[in-house]
Design a binder for this molecule. Sequence first.
Ligand SMILES: O=CC(=O)O
Length: 334
Amino acid sequence: MDIPTPTARAAVLVARRIFPETLARLRQHFDVDSNDADEDWGQEELIRRLQGKTGVLLTGTQRVDAALLTACPRLRIAANMTVGYNNFDVAAMDAAGVVGTNTPDVLTETTADFGMALLLAAARRVTEAERFLRAGQWTRWTVDLMAGAEVHGTTLGILGMGRIGQAIARRGAHGFGMRVLYHNRRRLDAATEQACRATYVDKATLLREADHLMLVLPYTPENHHTIGAADLALMKPTAVLVNLARGGIVDDAALAEALRQRRIAAAGLDVFEGEPHVHPGLLQVPNVVLTPHIASATLRTRRAMADLAADNLIAYLTEGRVLTPVNRPPQPRT
Ligand SMILES: O=CC(=O)O
């Protein structure tokens, strides 16, 4: 009688600390090596840990590039725990037959909430006012104490009109009575424009007419420094700029200078060039609200992001299905 040999379980790497429940679910399917200590592995260490692994769950700070793909020939899927995937070299992944996945939808509304939080905080000088109070400088009322910019009823400009941009447009238009203008690579269909009450304009018109500008476009090499000194010069001196997208979309040195000179009134920034390093010029000006890349950070949403990344690994490595792929390699690795 033939004794069936047990089939080997796939080995996967969880490259950052995630929630124990998500890890336990992965362990039901795979042999899991997990970075429970949440160490900052460099690329070399990531490659070393990936030896023999067929899947990896990782975050946007860890690169999947041609060198890694060559050095990790068993890898079949890289599941990002982020919606942005500029850490993937998609062409190299296609050529290597490796699938990449991201976490769309589950973070849309949470991230849009944070966009409004940054806009309100920067326009209404919330963190500046708190610093003033904590420093014991609040001794008396004055008529223009911490007077900021209006948000309701103003014109909101949105650069990048994907899911998050649309969720921000709905909040602006329906919640704050704002006129919404947008610019995007592709114009939205009429029904979506109507639902967001958003009007398509070219980029220069957007910069000139927006009272407040929200950046929610993906980072690509073409989008590098999409907002630089010349673009900031087109904006209203009373405008607030919010960057929820990625460091590198804005020229942070030019922005720091524009804020210092009050070329624009204020900014709310959740992402930075070379983060977690922050341009020193931004740390020196009072008219900017700075947060450490937390736009999707509610526990419920972060759990949903980890779960979706895990579900992608489970679906692909056990059934050959992917839930939220960013590419479809013509010849997937088996
Ligand atoms: O920046 C966060 C994400 O891309 O999910």
